[in-house]
Design a protein around this ligand. Structure first.
Ligand code: NAG
Ligand code: NAG
Length: 398
């Protein structure tokens, strides 16, 4: 009894501490966000503590909360929802019921979760994909790719590419009544990383070139090589996604060795001989002035890690690492960035680089926005706004 009371007391003190960590003033629904941010910080603290005690792995603790949000495939009056496999990868399909004279557009959606968490079957993604199917009269494919650390790089990307290639077959498009000229690849957060890398791979492959009409990237992460961009510095503690949580989880896609996230935290994780890659992500060069504030660019320190991870120099992990000539042929692009997000600058740099080579980009920047708004609980108004912006862009452009 005394032990339980003590634990409860400590829990309350911790929560009170977390809720008093200030968050920026100009955030939409600030009180809700402050509460969510406190919950996230608490969970991370508990996850670290339990991992330290040998009870449960950090990422497994978080996945308990993801499992609570999984939904069954439930059809409604407008949409038939089916769980099936494409090339042995689980997918959830959203097929409009109404009769259509002409072929439909299609969206392949890749969910976020730092490569280690999440599922397209989570309530928020299910709702997003259902709405997309309904409002666009489109076929939507949610991809349940394999997760790290059990399946490290490039498993997640391989799964996404396999699903897309399966779907692009003439016989499959015909089966679902899809117009081959109206296909979009979308994703949020690390799903945005995967969508970007998959689009690059397909576009630079003669067999699939030109088959993707559009890509839509919602607060995507686009590089692993510079972890001290101005947005990483300004929003180090979140809200919602802190550098600590983001780096700790995402590094599991590369390795379970904790030396990597520790080095990445100090931005000293890149190997010797990788200095030529930094020109592709140089925020001093690519970031619009208003986002630089008073940050001063410093060249990163190389060669501090003993281990060498080939993934770190691979554009399939950091899609910003491709050359301009590989960007040129990319399709119509939508990118949404949120101000209060460590990944903000990844999106902004990609926009500059794409526009520099003539790719048509629509950019929505949400000044009061936070990372993950689409999937946080309690239906943030912000999440609905992001969803509406994304869907209305698709309606006009796909
Ligand atoms: C079905 O579609 C109609 C018309 O778009 C909409 O008003 C209705 O809310 C939809 N039903 C569901 C369950 O989404
Ligand atoms: C980054 O850009 C700045 C300013 O444009 C330049 O001075 C610096 O040499 C660049 N560094 C790299 C690694 O590209």
């Amino acid at each position: 009894m005394g032990y339980k009371t003590l634990c409860f007391g400590l829990f309350c003190i911790l929560f009170a501490y977390c809720i008093y960590i200030p968050i920026p003033e100009n955030i939409e629904e600030r009180r809700k966000v402050q509460f969510l941010d406190a919950v996230m910080k608490m969970l991370s603290f508990m996850a670290k503590m339990f991992e330290h005690m040998g009870l449960i792995k950090y990422e497994d603790f978080f996945s308990i909360f993801v499992r609570m949000q999984l939904t069954k495939p439930v059809s409604d009056e407008n949409i038939t929802v089916i769980d099936t496999d494409f090339s042995d990868i689980p997918v959830r399909l959203y097929l409009p019921k109404r009769k259509s004279e002409r072929q439909r557009p299609a969206v392949i959606f890749i969910h976020g979760g730092a490569f280690t968490l999440g599922s397209c079957k989570m309530f928020a993604y299910d709702e997003l994909n259902r709405q997309t199917a309904n409002k666009l009269d489109a076929v939507v494919v949610g991809v349940d790719y394999r997760l790290a650390p059990q399946y490290p790089f490039p498993a997640a990307l391989e799964d996404c590419v396999l699903v897309i290639k399966f779907f692009l077959q003439d016989s499959v498009l015909e089966k679902y009544g899809v117009d081959p000229a109206r296909i979009c690849i979308s994703g949020d957060s690390c799903g945005g990383t995967l969508a970007t890398a998959a689009t690059q791979l397909l576009q630079n492959n003669p067999e699939h070139k030109g088959k993707i009409k559009a890509q839509a990237l919602l607060y995507p992460g686009l590089q692993f090589i510079d972890s001290l961009t101005p947005s990483h510095q300004d929003y180090e503690h979140g809200p919602f996604l802190s550098r600590e949580i983001g780096i700790k989880l995402a590094c599991l896609y590369v390795t379970k060795d904790t030396a990597l996230p520790e080095a990445m935290h100090r931005n000293e994780h890149m190997p010797k001989g990788s200095s030529h890659l930094f020109k592709f992500v140089n925020w001093s060069h690519f970031l619009p002035e208003k986002y630089k504030k008073n940050h001063v660019y410093t060249e990163p320190t190389l060669g501090k890690l003993n281990a060498f991870y080939p993934a770190l120099v691979d554009s399939r992990l950091s899609p910003l690492l491709v050359s301009d000539s590989q960007l040129q042929s990319l399709p119509l692009t939508y990118i949404l960035t949120c101000e209060h997000d460590i990944l903000r600058d990844d999106g902004l740099i990609y926009i500059t680089r794409l526009r520099n080579v003539g790719v048509q980009v629509t950019h929505d920047h949400i000044e009061e926005g936070i990372h993950g708004a689409l999937i946080v609980p309690f239906n943030l108004h912000l999440g609905l706004r992001i969803r509406d912006k994304y869907i209305s862009w698709l309606q006009k452009n796909l």
